[in-house]
Design a protein around this ligand. Structure first.
Ligand SMILES: NC(=O)C1=CN([C@@H]2O[C@H](COP(=O)(O)OP(=O)(O)OC[C@H]3O[C@@H](n4cnc5c(N)ncnc54)[C@H](OP(=O)(O)O)[C@@H]3O)[C@@H](O)[C@H]2O)C=CC1
Ligand SMILES: O=C(CO)COP(=O)(O)O
Ligand SMILES: [Zn+2]
Length: 341
């Protein structure tokens, strides 16, 4: 569990104090993304350098094992004793794995409320066989500046909400697997994941304002969902068939959707296949402004259909509704439902 969680306006200003309190003695590695380094990354860099911290910076690319190895070498060469990760989910996940492998601490500074990996002890790594979920270091501290996150593109906040709404089908899939395959279940992790999604949906109209209050609500939900994963020791409470669909979609149409956006559409599809209330899932996503159809993403229905049929190739050991022998006809009906008025 993180020791220190700061969510609020100008929270970034507290980073030097947090690091000083930790008694860090040695160089710090600041990791960021291509875009975020130019804005928030540089701001954090200036804040730390003004306070006399010895700082090295690095830009994170696509999260693969090769990229993780590359960053590990940079961190080791710099003799860094702490990583400060400033960016989206990719940057934070990379910092989590690198700090775990090198046994050093890291601080999570999300620049967008776009994913629930802000606080979790899991990281999602892209491999040739699809995304794998690996054990990683949870952050020592989380600093979420609501002012900064509110100025990020709205699409990112909507994607974070969709990543939380995905908990509805993640839970159904976990329960299904528990009943059919005997997979162990954690009632605590499951309940926390469910409540988190319910609170988020209850606040959907407030979130649609995309202001700092909205950011605050979403960041808290992302944190809570991450803790559910840490309790379970697995991403199971927040990642079921809808995530397998999302990871496959990313493979078939790279860059077409943000992670959370693909998960949101996967949640409607998964709920449809479960025979659940998929319309209310779609309604919440629409209210928040997240995409709900392949055409919203600028991709063809056929690609979406293939992602439904091939979702089971991702992490085959994770049994979900997408692993129950979905036929082409059933998949077509599910994709068609996305457009239903
Ligand atoms: N470990 C876990 O439990 C979880 C992990 N994830 C993982 O997280 C990733 C998804 O996270 P996501 O954040 O959507 O993806 P990215 O980290 O790829 O970020 C998406 C885009 O948003 C940009 N961005 C971030 N913040 C800002 C900002 N303030 N202003 C402008 N642009 C900004 C990034 O820029 P740039 O990077 O170029 O700076 C990037 O281009 C996936 O890899 C997913 O697997 C998701 C959920 C849970
Ligand atoms: O994205 C996640 C939860 O939102 C977890 O990632 P995985 O799907 O890779 O396990
Ligand atoms: Zn996710």
């Amino acid at each position: 569990m993180p020791r220190n969680v700061i969510v609020g306006h100008d929270a970034l200003l507290q980073i030097p104090g947090i690091i000083a309190d930790l008694g860090i003695n040695g160089p710090i590695m600041l990791l960021s993304g291509d875009t975020t380094m130019k804005t928030v990354g540089t701001k954090v860099q200036n804040l730390l350098q003004e306070q006399g911290f010895d700082l090295v910076t690095g830009i994170v690319g696509r999260i693969t094992y090769d990229e993780i190895k590359r960053i590990e070498t940079v961190v080791q060469k710099a003799h860094a004793v702490l990583i400060v990760a400033v960016g989206g989910g990719r940057v934070i996940d990379t910092a989590k794995v690198v700090s775990y492998n090198l046994d050093i601490q890291f601080i999570s500074v999300p620049t967008a409320a776009s994913h629930d990996g802000i606080a979790s002890s899991r990281a999602s790594v892209v491999t040739e066989a699809g995304n794998v979920s690996v054990a990683a270091q949870p952050p020592l501290a989380i600093v979420a500046d609501t002012g900064v996150i509110a100025t990020a593109p709205h699409r990112l906040l909507a994607a974070g909400c969709a990543d939380i709404i995905a908990n509805y089908t993640a839970i159904l899939d976990w329960e299904l697997s528990h009943r059919l395959t005997g997979e162990p279940i954690s009632e605590y992790a499951l309940t926390l994941s469910k409540i988190t999604a319910e609170i988020l949906v209850k606040n959907a109209s407030l979130i649609a304002h995309y202001d700092e209050t909205a950011v605050w609500i979403v960041v808290k939900a992302l944190f809570s969902s991450g803790i559910a994963m840490s309790i379970a020791g697995s991403s199971r409470p927040a990642s079921g068939g809808e995530h397998k669909f999302a990871h496959m979609l990313e493979r078939l149409a790279p860059g077409a959707a943000l992670h959370g956006e693909a998960c949101g559409i996967g949640t409607i599809l998964g709920m449809y296949l479960h025979g659940g209330d998929w319309k209310s899932i779609r309604h919440s996503l629409r209210l928040i402004g997240a995409p709900t159809t392949p055409s919203d993403l600028g991709i063809s229905d056929e690609v979406c259909l293939q992602a439904v049929l091939r979702a089971r190739e991702i992490r085959p050991e994770r049994f979900t509704i997408f692993d129950t022998g979905v036929t082409r006809e059933a998949a077509e009906a599910a994709v068609k439902a996305l457009y239903e008025v």
